[in-house]
Design a protein around this ligand. Structure first.
Ligand SMILES: [Zn+2]
Length: 381
């Protein structure tokens, strides 16, 4: 067993001092970023339980899987039959059928791709690129505004994860999308969720059924080789660090660290997102005598995401450490080598203290609790 060795200093201030200016009615969007299989769906669901927040799932997939494919919403209804999304579509676009999906696809291909991340991270964009980015993010801005209006929520949780979309949204947050008031069309904050690359790579090798599919036959989530997962893990995590350096307010959280102290961690994330983190807000979380924490999850309208978005009722928050015994030793060595610099930076390697964070990119750190005595403790491996 090789538990991740991480910093256990007292908490750092979680909220970066300077957030980009935005117009007063700009919807607050908490964007959950990181590579898939890092725990973003669970975090999306937990944050969505806080008063004033709403879980949207992976909005990036809403267009193809919801609007076009009619897949199931987190509430169980098909996207077209979900009253919440019908109303959002009406307010945002005068009905989903009026969204020009072909144009959206073309814009996405032109700007929202991993290969465009270096261009999106520049301080200035060429005029033609800026025009395409503005046109693309205008769909998201209209959707976010409509969600805020229909739900009454103050903070929208979008767990799209992909760095390239965050890189596009950054331009809506900095100076406003086309047709919007200058000063920022959205108030964008990023919760950068990191999980040990070996655990992520193992998870990508597993065959997972997609319960939301409506094709009648069985559908499965994508499977990647460990080397491919390692390459994307580097690219996605590196990109979020880059955007943080460009001024996007970012809080990085290690998924394992979050599960070690879920209540304390959620409080800190709530503070970062501008959500309440008091005992009443956290009442859906219950700590057991052995230190484990159970969350009571309610129904939601997540548009897409990991199958756990359909789960409601009590959910025990515990670490999934299966990879430590199930990932082939050769794959483990390969992934460790391929992701070594960031694994070290995030404190996943024994004996390698992580370097200090740059000022705009804080990591969530919680004091070390006493180890759980026994039983189904969330930190046991
Ligand atoms: Zn729904």
């Amino acid at each position: 067993m090789e538990p991740p060795v991480g910093p256990s200093d007292p908490a750092d201030p979680a909220v970066p001092a300077a957030a980009p200016p935005h117009s007063a009615d700009a919807p607050k969007v908490l964007y959950l970023g990181g590579l898939g299989r890092s725990g973003t769906t669970l975090l999306d669901r937990l944050l969505g339980e806080l008063p004033g927040a709403i879980s949207l799932g992976e909005v990036v997939h809403l267009w193809e899987r919801g609007v076009v494919g009619g897949e199931r919403c987190g509430c169980g209804a098909s996207f077209g039959d979900c009253a919440f999304w019908r109303e959002v579509g009406q307010v945002a676009f005068g009905g989903w059928e009026r969204v020009d999906i072909e144009r959206l696809r073309a814009l996405r291909a032109a700007v929202d791709r991993t290969r465009h991340i270096p261009a999106l991270a520049r301080r200035r964009l060429p005029a033609a690129t800026r025009e395409r980015v503005d046109a693309y993010v205008s769909y998201y801005v209209r959707l976010y505004r409509a969600v805020a209006e229909v739900s009454g929520a103050r903070v929208l949780i979008d767990s799209s994860k992909q760095a390239s979309l965050a890189g596009c949204l950054r331009w809506a947050a900095v100076t406003g999308a086309a047709g919007s008031a200058p000063g920022g069309a959205i108030d964008l904050r990023v919760l950068h969720v990191v999980r040990d690359s070996r655990g992520v790579a193992y998870s990508w090798t597993k065959k997972v059924r997609r319960p939301e599919a409506v094709t009648g036959g069985e559908e499965f989530m994508a499977q990647w080789s460990p080397a491919k997962a390692a390459a994307y893990w580097n690219a996605e995590n590196g990109a979020f660090a880059l955007f943080a350096r460009r001024g996007v307010p970012t809080l990085r959280v290690r998924y394992e660290e979050f599960l070690r102290a879920p209540i304390e961690s959620l409080r800190r994330i709530a503070e970062f997102a501008g959500l309440p983190g008091d005992d009443a807000a956290m009442a859906f979380l219950a700590a057991d005598d052995d230190g484990s924490v159970t969350a009571r999850l309610s129904a939601n309208h997540t548009a897409s995401g990991n199958p756990m978005r359909f789960q409601t009722g009590p959910v025990l928050l515990r670490r999934d450490e299966e990879w430590r015994t199930r990932l082939e030793p050769a794959d483990r060595r390969r992934v460790t080598a391929l992701t070594y610099p960031l694994l070290r930076r995030y404190g996943y390697l024994r004996g390698a203290p992580p370097p200090a964070d740059p000022p705009n990119n804080k990591e969530l750190r919680t004091p070390s609790p006493a180890p759980p005595a026994s039983g189904r403790g969330s930190a046991s491996t």
